[in-house]
Design a protein around this ligand. Structure first.
Ligand SMILES: Nc1ncnc2c1ncn2[C@@H]1O[C@H](COP(=O)(O)OP(=O)(O)O)[C@@H](O)[C@H]1O
Ligand SMILES: [Mg+2]
Length: 264
């Protein structure tokens, strides 16, 4: 618990890839987001973790081999290899792009160090990640496959990774970047705040993902963020449309941006 005021960002898989086309990254979007992040890091002393989703990279194999449902067969093993490789391919790309704009990212491969039970992280020695933060690097973990004590293997959502890290580090803010305005009501209108008073109602109709996604889409995002906020109300949790230029930068700088705040 050596870190003070870590800010964690998730670049949504639907933002940095085209979920309707297999293995298709949106390089210009990754570049722009990397620049916005770099601009913020340059001006502040905040320690940053930049996590990202897998979008049309790992989700293709995850779905094909049903890795999220677990299993122990030879076919499952083949699927685990493919999911981890495709998730890592996108991760290398994000890391490379961040380096190119002058940031010092370091890839953190969850499948190599996380143990899960029923898709929740139960063990992860985060010493290396904390060392990276202490050394001025930006850790870049990502949605990945993991070994699972209960069902053999699972898909770790990026949100679950952030939930676990929030229990290990002193986190001040979590920004979940998506390509919608935020959490939307049944008429497509933005819900600015999700908290105890409206959570049940919101969950009654919020769906999963419209794209390929095996980890539960918006619904599980809300549930995981609510769990984080409930456990620690000092963490500001926001869902923001980072497909809009400067939204991420403004949000990091504490300016008002359109989006949904999740609190207890
Ligand atoms: N009520 C809602 N408000 C916003 N998005 C919703 C809602 N219900 C379902 N979604 C879907 O959830 C998606 C975000 O989840 P997901 O696809 O998992 O994003 P990511 O790939 O960025 O993790 C949105 O793009 C949208 O298709
Ligand atoms: Mg998702």
């Amino acid at each position: 618990m050596s870190e003070k005021n870590v800010v964690m960002i998730k670049l949504g898989g639907s933002v940095i890839t085209d979920k309707s086309r297999e293995f298709t990254s949106r390089n210009e979007v990754i570049d722009r987001l990397a620049r916005e992040i770099h601009c913020f890091v340059g001006r502040s002393r905040t320690k940053l973790i930049v996590a990202h989703g897998g979008g049309s990279f790992p989700h293709v194999y995850a779905k094909q081999y049903k890795i999220h449902l677990g299993g122990y067969s030879n076919e499952t093993a083949e699927g685990v290899s493919r999911v981890q490789n495709s998730a890592a391919r996108l991760n290398r790309l994000v890391v490379e792009r961040m380096m190119e704009i002058g940031e010092n990212p370091i890839s953190i491969q969850p499948s190599a160090c996380v143990l899960a039970r029923n898709s929740r992280i139960i063990r992860w020695n985060t010493t290396i990640l904390e060392k990276a933060l202490d050394s001025g690097l930006v850790p870049v973990p990502y949605g990945d496959v993991a070994f699972d004590e209960a069902k053999g293997c699972c898909i770790l959502s990026t949100e679950e990774i952030l939930r676990y890290l929030a229990t290990r580090l002193t986190v001040s803010k979590i920004v979940i970047g998506i390509k919608e305005k935020g959490v939307l009501d049944r008429n497509g209108k933005l819900i600015p705040v999700v908290s105890k008073s409206n959570l049940k109602g919101v969950l009654e109709w919020v769906k999963g993902s419209s794209g390929i996604d095996v980890t539960g889409g918006m619904r599980s995002k809300i549930l995981t963020l609510y769990e984080i906020a409930k456990a620690n109300d000092e963490i500001e949790c926001v869902i923001v449309d980072v497909s809009k230029p400067d939204a991420l930068k403004n949000c990091l700088e504490g300016k008002h941006v359109t989006g949904t705040i999740i609190r207890r």
